[in-house]
Structure formats: C-alpha cells, structure tokens
Design a protein around this ligand. Sequence first.
Ligand code: HGY
Ligand code: MN
Ligand code: MN
Ligand code: MN
Length: 423
Amino acid sequence: TSSGASSGTREQWRAGDSFLSMWRELAPIGRHSDSGGYRRYAWSPADLDCRAWFRAQAEARGLAYETDRNGNQWAWLGDPLAGDAVVTGSHLDSVPDGGAFDGPLGVVSSFAALDELHRRGVEFTRPLAITNFGDEEGARFGLACVGSRLAAGQLAVADAHRLRDGDGITLPAAMEGAGYDPGTIGPDPERLARIGAFIELHVEQGRALDLTGDPVGIASAIWPHGRWRFDFRGEANHAGTTRLADRRDPMLTYAETVLAARREAELTGALATFGKIAVEPNGVNAIPSLVRGWLDSRAADQATLDAVVNGIERAAREYAERAGIDLDVVRESFTPVVAFEDALRDELGKILEGAGDTGRPVPVLGTGAGHDAGILSASAPTAMLFVRNPTGISHSPAEHATEDDCTAGVGALADVLEGLACS
Ligand code: HGY
Ligand code: MN
Ligand code: MN
Ligand code: MN
C-alpha cells in the first residue's frame, strides 16, 4: 500500500527549507527574554502553543492528527490501525531555561524528513507516524517522560494523579485546564502495539561527535538513572540571636552531602548532581527548618549507580546524625539501563554507512540522558540518531547544532525512514 500527503505542495518542502521555516516558527514560543532559554513546561501556555504548532504541521501535510489518551500527539501517514508502523519523533517541552534543540530538533526533523521523502517521490510500504511525547523533561511535575511512561505502563495511574507542580497543581488538573481529559490516562498497549519501529532523533548532549568529527551518530544505550529527594529537617530559628552551638541547621548537612556526592562520583566514575533545592521557611534571617535537595544520578551500569547513590546516602546519614538533623531519602523515579535493539541499530548503521562526507561508519555512542525512546524500548524496537552539538552543552541556552548538521540529521533520518518504510 502506498499513501501520500497531497502532492500539490510537495515541491516547496525541500529538506533544508522546510526545516528552517519550521525552526523559525517554533523559535519564539516560550523563549524567556532575560535568559534566552526556553520555558516550555508541560501543559503551560507555551507547551500548548507548541502543541498547536504540531497539529498545524500535521494538518498542513494532510496527515491524520490525533492525541492519545495520555496527551501524546500523533500525525499519521497511512493507516494507523494497520500495524508495523515506523514512528519517529521526540518532545517539545523543555527544562527551565533549556536550549532550542533538546526535543524540538527531533520533531522538526521528523516533519522535514517526511517532506524530503515526498520530494524523493518514494512509495511508502508501511504506515508512518510522527509523534510529540508529552512532559518528557519532567520540569513541572518532577518525573521525566510522563507521556511515554504512562502509555508503556511504566507509571501507575494513581501515582500520576499524585504528581504536583511547585504551585500544588496536580497533573490531572493541569491537563484539564489545558482542555485535555485526564480521566483517560493510563497504559495504552494497543497503540504501542502498532509500532514496528520507533526512531528518535536528538541533539547530542555531549561532545563525542564533535571529537570524532561526525555530524550524526547512532545510540547504543542509555545509562540507568534516577532522581532521589533528600529531606534534611532541623529547627528554624533566628539568624541573629541563636548561638552557633544551639543550632540544628539542615543547610550545613545538605552542603556536606553535596560535597560527598562529588567525591563519590569521582570515586565511582558515576555522575551525581544536586541541581534543585527547596528551603523552608526560605528567609534570609532564619535558620532553615527544612532543606530539600534533589539528587540526579547516572552511571554506565547498575552496580556503579547503586554504589554512588548508596555512598552518598551513607555519608548524608552520618552527617545528619552528628548534627541532630532528621533525614528522609525518597527515590522519586528510576529508569533502568536501556540497550537499544541490536538488529535495528545494525540496520540503521547499514542504511547510513558511508553517509555524509566522512566515508567512515557512523559512530555508535552511549548517553547519560533519558529519552522517550528509552521508555518505549520496552514495548517496541527503538533506535536513536544523535546530531553533533559543538558546545557539548545541553539543558542550557548554549546548546547548539549548526544548520549544516541539522540538515545532515534530516537527511539521515529521511534515509532511515526510506530504508525502513519505503519500497
Ligand atoms: O535525561 C533527562 O534528564 C531527561 O529525561 N531528558
Ligand atoms: Mn532533556
Ligand atoms: Mn530530550
Ligand atoms: Mn525580629
């Protein structure tokens, strides 16, 4: 079976042109004027503008648009129910003051790759879908990959109902406020069973490709990673009248723990980051009653991750006990190691062999960043393409990919989709 969007507008969708015009449309949405970074939090007005943009892209190409029961967006070419679909996409939400590329590069490249395939005049032999998975970064409700986790049955509905943002707004309330029905959230095995292969293109979040001199790479694995909340409780008191000896100051124990995290990370070769903190009562002239710090930790293998997190917790308990501080440690989320499917990865490698100017095989690299592709890998064959990031910086406005490399990414994705879904 072959299917195609209306042919009248095909010529205008050349890969580079269509990429750039889409990129320019998305650029102003949710961009903060002071930092230059993006604040596209799940179900916020900026996120809804991104979603409206996605829908408009689908409809402009004559693709069948739908939102699934978890708020993920789909744009279909061919019969959604036929099965064995080739699905590509990423996310449009961001971390606080994120860069332009993490997420949107994959979604925009997916539409641009489809335009490129139309330009090539290929015949589709499998259904193709482009997706935008909701709330990938977890910036608002604290848990990453909420849309894909719910669909894959990796997040219990009751737990999703308990997710709250910093203002106390629950996930269902936020969805409802944005015009989506939160009553439907939950596992979606029938939908995931339609996926024959899922490909996510993503900006690289390190410098491996910059060092090898390649514009595009293929993912081998995602490191196991998780988020732990450390609650240090002491006693609020006056900053000007309380003798040092009389204080139970949880900030000190928190600070010692941050240093211990760095030390444990260096010892084990893992990564450990305290990047978010909440303080009560949060007054300049008050000793805190509570310091809540969130640890993000990742490692190449599970044993190393266990070692670093256990080491940090042990140190924190020792400091807390010495200082009369109560400590609770709660694991808020966890994603086990993901090894992408060998067969699909090898197929991508073959399709892309000698692509670009290097004439070398496309590099295969692991990553410490989480992705919807990692969640979906439990339900369908998945693979990822990375596009070179010359700064190596991500989750920051300094994140970057050159126009040439973005175009190379679109070309590689188009090659992959053609190899998988076209005759
Ligand atoms: O890796 C992360 O922090 C998120 O899943 N993007
Ligand atoms: Mn990210
Ligand atoms: Mn991402
Ligand atoms: Mn006073």
